[in-house]
Design a protein around this ligand. Structure first.
Ligand SMILES: [Zn+2]
Length: 304
């Protein structure tokens, strides 16, 4: 089985975008960059911040399990930058300024890219796991918020679902703001968007993989090179403290909780059997590691 390692270093960031909307002075803080090499590719994990989720947003859990998870349940917000020979591929875009007023703990991607010396113009491709605001918020603004040269790849089922003009009328009230945000972002980026049906080769060892349930076209990205593989699985798991051990626990924003559970169990079973590492958006930074099967659940062992 191939050996996977991760190198980590500290960088200093200055947040000015969020400060502009809250009238606060720019904030400087230390952040970490973790880089994993896979053959000819490298994958940097960038933290967009973290979310504090009320523990009653998780369902199908017994009271003791929920209490042990704490309240709120703190989750990460990871974004990935894949470097190939000719392409700079971002996987999701974080929250951008969408939650600048309600959650100043997210929206840090832009500062991290700047710290890496990367202009948003240099990004050639963006793979979107799904169209929730914490994954596409970074595209809100003129010229795809500066990602003006990027092809934006996602499942056709995802694009079709969120861009349906009648969607807002059909969803529960709690979901309506997410529809408004998704549609505000979708209109100006539509000429950059490329959509796909089923498992699709995106070139350079990158494959879009359908992982439906959390949203209709929710997808992962398999990254393979030099005999190594990494699966970025987006929101196929949200809480590491709850859903590895109890994959049957669902999350309030799962559009089809039953399908989300089936996808999570099938996916983790396969990754455990094949010894393939995974990375997921809301795992604690850097959120990359192996799973092993443990009865009806799984144990996550982070790469160090
Ligand atoms: Zn998410």
């Amino acid at each position: 089985m191939p050996h996977y390692t991760m190198t980590r270093r500290k960088v200093m960031l200055t947040l000015t975008a969020a400060a502009a909307s809250t009238m606060l002075p720019p904030v400087s803080f230390a952040a970490e960059l973790a880089v994993t090499n896979l053959g000819k590719l490298s994958v940097s994990t960038l933290s967009d911040g973290h979310f504090d989720l009320p523990n009653n947003w998780f369902a199908n859990a017994d009271a003791d399990t929920l209490a042990a998870a704490g309240d709120p349940v703190v989750v990460g917000a990871n974004v990935w930058l894949v470097r190939t020979a000719k392409r700079l591929v971002l996987v999701d875009t974080g929250s951008g300024d969408v939650f600048a007023d309600s959650n100043p703990n997210v929206g840090k991607l832009e500062a991290l890219l700047a710290a890496e010396g990367i202009s948003k113009n240099d990004i050639t491709d963006i793979v979107i796991t799904h169209m929730h605001a914490d994954h596409i918020g970074g595209l809100m603004g003129p010229d795809a918020n500066g990602f003006s040269n990027a092809k934006i790849h996602m499942a056709e089922a995802e694009w079709t679902y969120w861009t349906d003009p009648s969607l807002a009328e059909r969803v529960p009230d709690a979901m309506k703001p997410l529809v408004t945000i998704a549609q505000a972002i979708a209109v100006p980026i539509k000429d950059q968007v490329m959509t796909y049906q089923g498992e699709t080769d995106l070139g350079d060892g990158l494959t879009l993989i359908p992982l439906p349930g959390h949203t209709p076209g929710h997808s992962g990205l398999r990254i393979a090179s030099g005999g190594k593989e990494l699966w970025i699985i987006g929101d196929a798991i949200i809480s590491e403290v709850l859903q590895f051990k109890h994959p049957e626990i669902t999350y309030g924003l799962d559009i089809d909780p039953q399908q989300a559970t089936k996808t999570r169990k099938d996916l983790l079973t396969r990754l455990a059997a094949d010894g393939i590492p995974l990375a997921a958006t809301h795992l604690s930074y850097p959120g990359m590691g192996h799973v092993t099967q443990d009865g009806d659940g799984f144990i996550f062992k982070p790469l160090s």
